[in-house]
Design a protein around this ligand. Structure first.
Ligand SMILES: O=C([O-])CC(=O)C(=O)O
Ligand SMILES: [Mg+2]
Length: 214
């Protein structure tokens, strides 16, 4: 199983899961999906600590979404739920930055979310976290503060579809390759960001990140 020292070696496709927490689906008045809802971000979306999150030109409602990222370690195609964890190299904290105003327009027109979710700097990511450091990814606190104030505080036990299920399902849609990242969805508490805001986020006390919004 390959290991990844940091995100530049992760650096592969970003498979995102939407509406995987009931309270977050409810806060945006969205229905709860009956199977995982997937979308993709381009690899140009990645940034790491030290890089700023840039509000894309014309966006008036940039939101944070803290998420557990699962880093794939071996090629996975049509894998079962029971074997899914064998394909995990480790984890990362990821922020699914979202231009909520653009996403609302796309939703109303039935258009794809690519631009609202995939702009440059829309995937800030932590350093790689070794698999052994998170023995149970389905029971992990995740939190996010803006300017020191707690905005998101959740636990992955509240995911509608647990990690094994997401890997199995995603592997039926796309061949998962070493270095791919699955962002597993955000808990409730998403909110608007302004230029100058400082985001701090963490996976329990295992890993923490800080990003400036520009
Ligand atoms: O934009 C959304 O709310 C869908 C999503 O990414 C999530 O639930 O994490
Ligand atoms: Mg998300």
């Amino acid at each position: 199983m390959s290991k990844f020292a940091q995100f530049k070696e992760i650096g592969k496709k970003i498979v995102c899961v939407g509406r995987n927490y009931r309270e977050h689906a409810a806060e945006l008045n969205n229905p709860v999906p009956s199977k995982p809802m997937l979308f993709l971000k381009p690899t140009s979306a990645y940034i790491s600590e030290g890089d700023a999150i840039k509000i894309p030109k014309g966006c008036t409602d940039l939101n944070h979404e803290v998420e557990l990222g699962v880093v794939i370690g071996a090629t996975a195609k049509d894998v079962s739920i029971t074997e899914a964890m064998n394909y995990v190299a480790g984890y990362a904290l990821g922020l699914d930055m979202t231009a909520r105003d653009w996403q609302a327009v796309a939703k109303s027109k039935g258009h794809p979310w690519s631009v609202a979710k995939g702009f440059d700097t829309s995937c800030p990511i932590s350093k790689f976290v070794e698999k052994e450091k998170i023995p149970d990814p389905n029971n992990l606190d995740l939190w996010l503060k803006v300017n020191g104030e707690m905005r998101q505080s959740g636990n992955t036990k509240d995911m509608i579809f647990p990690v094994e299920h997401l890997i199995s399902f995603a592997s039926q849609c796309f061949t998962l390759e070493p270095g791919d990242l699955i962002l597993t969805g955000t808990p409730a508490g998403v909110s608007k960001l302004n230029s100058g805001d400082v985001i701090q986020a963490g996976l329990a006390n295992i890993i923490q990140v800080q990003f400036l919004v520009q």
